[in-house]
Design a protein around this ligand. Structure first.
Ligand SMILES: C[S@@+](CC[C@H](N)C(=O)[O-])C[C@H]1O[C@@H](n2cnc3c(N)ncnc32)[C@H](O)[C@@H]1O
Length: 234
């Protein structure tokens, strides 16, 4: 692993995994991930990478959507990977690897899609991560990064004080620029509104109250996408 920041990140997310937080994220992230899965229009034989896969709930969904492809979940936390593997024994087209996004342990030009949900703002070097995703995508392949913590949504800025690790609070346009610098074309960003029901009363620590949670969900998550041009597009 490259540096101290990455080691700290792994240790922190290993703690999250041991506390069962990996499995709990499905409930929060599924409402924003489902519209992205529709946009991806996966082919049955597509190879797909899930970067920062956590406990693997999305990776298993991807494996069902691409039954003839190879689906790989990758995460910096070996404890997340261990739990994801344990919950995925029945899937033959799915495997998990431990690794940091800036050094993806996989050959180049392999995946038709790479998706990452609620992970990219933790990456110590987002530009290096996007360059690596570009490397492992095949020509014509697409990257999809979905995050809830970004500058254009003021209702998430208070999260910074709860994080034990360094995070990046970039705008949609700044993320898009990072995609372009990594080599992607057809780069675009959009909002994915979370239409799931909200509680009348909020007692957690991430939002001031139920009204702020509703405002946050109405702003929506940020989806940034880009394509690795094929020879015919150059
Ligand atoms: C908030 S969790 C989201 C997990 C999963 N995508 C989900 O939606 O449930 C963020 C995940 O990204 C992983 N992660 C953070 N930084 C990473 C990096 N630099 N390389 C690979 N994985 C990373 C963490 O270990 C953690 O499992």
């Amino acid at each position: 692993m490259r540096d101290r920041k990455a080691v700290n990140l792994r240790e922190e997310f290993n703690r999250w995994a041991a506390d069962g937080r990996g499995e709990g994220m499905e409930q929060d992230h599924l409402p924003i991930a489902l519209p992205v899965l529709e946009k991806m229009r996966l082919g049955a034989a597509d190879n797909v990478l899930d970067v920062g896969c956590g406990a693997g709930w999305l990776t298993r969904r991807l494996a069902r959507l691409a039954p003839d492809g190879r689906v790989v979940g990758m995460d910096i936390s070996d404890e997340m990977v261990r739990r994801a593997r344990r919950a995925s024994l029945e899937h033959e087209n799915l495997l998990y690897v431990a690794g940091e996004v800036a050094e993806i342990p996989w050959e180049g030009n392999f995946f038709a899609h790479a998706i990452s949900v609620e992970s990219a703002y933790y990456w110590p070097d987002p530009a290096a991560g996007l360059r690596e995703i570009f490397r492992v995508l095949s020509e014509g392949g697409a990257a999809w990064v979905l995050i809830n913590y970004y500058r254009d949504n003021p209702h998430c800025h208070q999260w910074a004080k709860h994080y034990a690790m360094a995070t990046h609070l970039l705008s949609g346009e700044e993320w898009a620029e990072q995609f372009r610098k990594a080599g992607f074309v057809n780069v675009a960003h959009e909002r994915v509104v979370d239409a799931s029901p909200s509680p009348e009363v909020y007692t957690g620590r991430w939002f001031r109250d139920a009204a702020q949670l509703r405002a946050f969900k109405a702003e929506g998550a940020l989806l940034v996408r880009g394509v690795k041009a094929g020879l015919s597009d150059r």
